[in-house]
Design a protein around this ligand. Structure first.
Ligand SMILES: [Zn+2]
Length: 295
């Protein structure tokens, strides 16, 4: 499996944590699973790109972060789940969303997503996960993620995300930069970071042109002393299983399940139920006996 990579580092004066991801492999897997249009590839791809970086910043191996977008646009809902290792999965309600291009010729992610909210659920294994919600700024996702951190977690954040999609919806290039200021950040460093970020507007093009994550980090940190920490290999990983799917279906209730099996027979099909994972589209077929029902 092709993997994506996250570069992680910090300014030497301790002002900011910096992450850079080349997420092409992640976004391409999402496209292959869900057959997304170029606009859906860009929308879901940006969310996956951000979620991978945010996941990799969590403190404990068992931590999970879920980032969802509930907009009123034709894309429907978007959701991505990231783990401590930076691996992610995600899906979009309407992978066929295909609005006209913006007047500047770019994919209109903001229109596909529409107005609504972005929420973040941090599951740290405590009884109550931390949930934060912000209203969408533009639906273009990078700005919405930055707004979430500023408002809900009080962490000033610079976020840049980019996905270039081919006409068939496959991923040509994708990547992102996430910079989080730490308490007592040096003003001059912050100014330099903001100035550099303004030049990082076309990050996916930079990756398409062959730039590496450390090249992009050098651009984001131009004129600032910094220390690279590591590079993580990350991927689109689905953790679904037959057991999990079974448990999710069992929650529907025996009576309803029994009726669903009956419907299959009434339609002239076999007495089985097939459920598809919405993230990786793997199908699982169950017999009535597996739910304690008569065949
Ligand atoms: Zn799956």
């Amino acid at each position: 499996m092709d993997s994506s990579v996250i570069w992680r580092g910090m300014t030497r004066d301790g002002s900011a944590r910096v992450l850079v991801i080349n997420s092409k492999a992640i976004v391409q897997t999402a496209y292959e699973n869900q057959h997304t249009t170029p606009t859906a590839t860009a929308a879901l791809g940006r969310l996956l790109t951000a979620t991978s970086m945010i996941g990799s910043m969590m403190g404990e191996e068992s931590n999970r972060v879920t980032i969802g977008i509930n907009g009123d646009g034709e894309a429907g809902k978007l959701i991505a789940v990231g783990d401590y290792y930076g691996n992610v999965k995600g899906c979009i309600t309407n992978p066929r969303v295909d609005p006209p291009l913006r007047t500047d010729g770019k994919l209109n992610v903001g229109r596909a997503v529409g107005n609504g909210t972005l929420y973040v659920i941090r599951d740290t294994g405590e009884a109550e996960p931390h949930v934060g919600t912000v209203s969408l700024r533009s639906g273009e996702i990078a700005e919405d993620i930055a707004a979430y951190f500023a408002e809900s977690e009080q962490v000033p954040t610079i976020c840049s995300l980019g996905v270039l999609a081919n006409r068939d919806g496959s991923c040509l290039a994708a990547g992102g930069v996430l910079i989080q200021l730490l308490p007592f950040a040096d003003e001059q460093t912050v100014e330099a970071l903001e100035k550099n970020a303004a030049k990082l507007t076309n990050i996916s093009r930079a990756f398409a042109d062959g730039k590496t994550v450390s090249d992009i980090a050098a651009m984001a940190l131009e004129g600032i002393e910094y220390d690279p920490f590591d590079e993580l290999s990350v991927a689109f990983v689905c953790d679904c299983s037959r057991e999990r799917m079974h448990d999710a279906m069992a929650k529907v209730g025996q009576k309803e399940l029994s009726e669903m099996f009956d419907e299959q027979v009434a339609e002239g099909k076999e007495r089985t139920l097939t459920a598809q994972c919405r993230f990786c589209t793997k199908s699982y077929t169950f017999s009535p006996e597996e739910f304690g029902l008569q065949s």
